[in-house]
Design a protein around this ligand. Structure first.
Ligand SMILES: Cc1cc2nc3c(=O)[nH]c(=O)nc-3n(C[C@H](O)[C@H](O)[C@H](O)COP(=O)(O)OP(=O)(O)OC[C@H]3O[C@@H](n4cnc5c(N)ncnc54)[C@H](O)[C@@H]3O)c2cc1C
Length: 325
């Protein structure tokens, strides 16, 4: 491990000043950052403990749920309002990691966790995400767990967060604060496709802190749910997951949101595919047409093409579970 300076921020203003330093990182629960520092994947010059800042609210007001950047995964998942009005958030969190990790893990850290791609996490291999321009061994190597959507010749690392998939389906907005002010970024625009620069994963700029996440309260959100398929029943990242919400009128789809996890280099959603289901009954044929459109951009490898079948099955199950039509 390389030496680094450790600082504990006692106020948001102090945290932002410290974060403005070159190569500084915020430390929230530390369940990802410390791992990556031990592996030598991350080597910040300054680590700023933000754990003491008052950013852990979980509140419903003015038609939106506000999740503080430091609210723990466990606190959010067990919140009575979240469970009743935004069930997909609670279900997605509880489908991830373990109880102990969820107690430490924060909202901001969850959204900014990095891929579990084994090539990225090991210095024994080149990796365009860890060391730009060195290559991507996953392209012709062991890639059964890699992404099928949003890949490029430079990277097929899958996005790991379950929470991000749920928040994408609910049109959440992420508040980023820096010394330059506050920006509000829709979650749909937070993550960047890898393209030729897979090392740049989000639009979060150096010096910015996630202070909170806002989720609109809607009838659709109350009808949401999360389904996660994985290699074992717990303590495992998704092979394919679906955050789904459907509202029907007279037996036909009036509103729908479907986001995929475990399949893309970023959490995946396609509103034009969703539009195909508006006004339709949720028949097998209609869901098939939807899945075909949703998965059309996929570029599977021989080893991970199975994910497309998983996704179709998961979408069907998730829609049938969420829909009352
Ligand atoms: C064994 C294991 C299994 C797991 N399984 C799953 C799973 O199935 N599904 C899943 O979704 N996740 C899973 N996780 C990941 C886990 O959810 C994340 O490690 C956790 O959410 C990260 O939160 P943290 O507060 O500990 O982040 P940290 O480790 O403190 O930080 C992570 C990154 O986010 C940055 N950061 C943290 N907070 C902020 C902020 N407010 N503003 C700006 N930057 C910030 C840090 O600088 C760092 O770069 C697993 C983790 C482990 C170790």
């Amino acid at each position: 491990m390389r030496p680094f300076e450790f600082q504990r921020a006692s106020s948001l203003a102090e945290a932002l000043d410290l974060l403005a330093r070159p190569n500084a990182r915020a430390l929230a629960g530390g369940t990802t950052l410390i791992d990556l520092m031990k592996l030598g994947v991350e080597a910040p010059a300054t680590v700023i403990d933000i754990g003491g800042l008052p950013l852990d609210e979980v509140t419903l007001a003015d038609g939106r749920l506000r999740l503080g950047g430091l609210a723990s995964n466990s606190k959010v998942a067990r919140d009575a309002i979240v469970r009743a009005q935004f069930p997909v958030i609670s279900e997605a969190i509880l489908a991830g990691a373990s109880g102990q990790i969820r107690n430490a893990a924060s909202m901001g850290g969850n959204l900014l966790q990095r891929t579990r791609c084994a090539f990225f996490r090991s210095h024994d291999w080149p990796c365009n995400k860890r060391a730009p321009g060195t290559g991507c061994p996953a392209r012709d190597g062991a890639n059964a767990h890699h992404a099928v959507l949003g890949t490029s010749d430079h990277c097929l690392a899958v996005h790991p967060s379950d929470l991000a998939v749920a928040l994408l389906a609910l049109d959440a907005v992420v508040a980023l604060q820096s010394n330059a002010g506050m920006r509000r970024i829709p979650l749909a625009s937070l993550y960047r496709l890898p393209g030729s620069t897979p090392d740049i994963e989000t639009v979060v700029a150096a010096g910015e802190l996630i202070t909170h996440i806002d989720v609109p309260q809607t009838e659709l959100a109350a009808r949401s749910g999360y389904l996660k398929l994985r290699g074992r029943a717990s303590y495992e990242f998704a092979s394919a997951s679906v955050a789904a919400a459907v509202r029907c009128e007279d037996g036909r789809v009036a509103e729908i949101a479907v986001a995929l996890g475990g399949l893309g280099t970023v959490p995946w959603r396609d509103r034009s595919a969703e539009a195909l289901l508006i006004g339709e009954s949720l028949t097998d044929a209609a869901i098939d047409r939807f899945c075909t459109a949703l998965l059309a951009p996929a570029r599977p490898t021989e080893a991970n093409a199975y994910k497309l079948d998983l996704a179709r099955g998961a979408v069907r199950r998730a829609l049938m579970r969420s829909a009352s039509c």
